[in-house]
Design a protein around this ligand. Sequence first.
Ligand code: HBI
Ligand code: FE
Length: 327
Amino acid sequence: MNDSPTHPQCGPSAGPHPSGPAVPLGDRPMYPSAEGSTLAKGVNQGVAPVTYGKGDRPPRGDYARAGSDYTCEQDYAQYSAADHETYRRLYARQLQQLPGLACDEFIDAVNQLGAPDHIPRFGEVSERLMKATGWQIVSVPGLIPEEAFFALLADKRFPVTDWIRKPEEFDYVVEPDVFHDLFGHVPLLFNPTFAGYMQAYGVGGLKAARLNACELLARLYWYTVEFGLISTPMGLRAYGAGILSSAGELTHSVKTPGVPRVAFGLDRLMRTRYRIDTYQATYFFIDSFQQLFDATAPDFTPVYGVVRGLDEVEAGIVLPGERSFSV
Ligand code: HBI
Ligand code: FE
């Protein structure tokens, strides 16, 4: 399986959101696409965005309660005691793993999510986040089309799915639930440099949609925001949300010997396919969040041109002469 989207342009090229060891999911991604759906241009009309993948089931979530930009109120009443318990158990399992594996910026900010024993009210998290970086989190019913997603990031609003996985999905859930989005993505939005990168990514995404380059840009997101590693004086540490919210991949990505860990390069990431049915076969590491932010400063149009002129690189490969990190 790989990330070749079945929709040519702003078709998704990412597979299911990782919250643990992925399980094979058929050969097509699960991201919704504004392309080829009744929801062209990512404007919510109250029905789940078209997704595709095995069974073509729509993404979970009640899209009827979302507005035209796909945001909705956090339905706090939906959470049962079992839901809060699931959140508490997921949070506790990840928190005890963080030292020595997660980057300091994440560890320093994770307590901003609030009490670890129940799902927080998004408004309370947003109050703290707004003071730190001017961002806020907004509730969405689930995955949303890419253009709607990019527009929210460009507006410093991070979409957080408000449903939580069922207890039987404790180790793996196909789509991002509130734990993946909150625990995985939100702490680093308290870091001004990383938050700046996320907003630049959203702005770039809106441009990419017009350049048929969403697939290339989705790879950048996948190998940084979801599965990125960062080099520190103590060695590599994880900053990617897909790693930080995953019980097994957090240790694997930082400690397993022999796994390719290649130095960040914008065109290299955009050339690199990824698999959706296992832990990542290649990780990319940055030297700093400033490097990531600076990489998104230029207009990507020429980068897309260069990337399209080069062969794609299968995940798991280290090219001759590349700087890689061995653990
Ligand atoms: N929707 N709610 C939500 N959350 C995401 O992380 C998300 C999405 N839609 C599209 C998407 N991510 C990916 O296509 C990114 O690569 C842009
Ligand atoms: Fe995610």
